[in-house]
Design a protein. Sequence first.
Length: 144
Amino acid sequence: MNISLKIKNKKAAENVISSTVIYLLIAMVFFAGMMLFLWNQMNGASVWERYYSEEITKLINIAKPGDQITIDIQKATQIAKKNNVQTFSEIFSFDNSQNKVCVKLSPGKKTCYSYFNDVIILSPDIKLIPENNILTFTISEPKK
């Protein structure tokens, strides 16, 4: 018993194959994106980025020129180290021209929040101490 399939319309067969390949590629891209999202949620990087950027923004908004702010960032440095952030100086960044605080705890992504207080941030410094790492910076009046 010889069973063979004869394709009468080769163009239709090619069309089915190409649409299947496109569908599979789109499905793989979607799956990879979902895995990346879940990985970030699982290790807490995005949650902690949002937490630190919001809290620092709140502190800046209530601060007065001359205030020196010190924050415990032990958890942030642990997460950044676990996620292979190259240097700890990348974790916190302050953009005085746009009044933004940005926190980066995973490669390639950072979370930024704007502050409304008309001040500038001077000399942000991370001190690595074994029991708790700290971030210090000074609030100053903007130069006019």
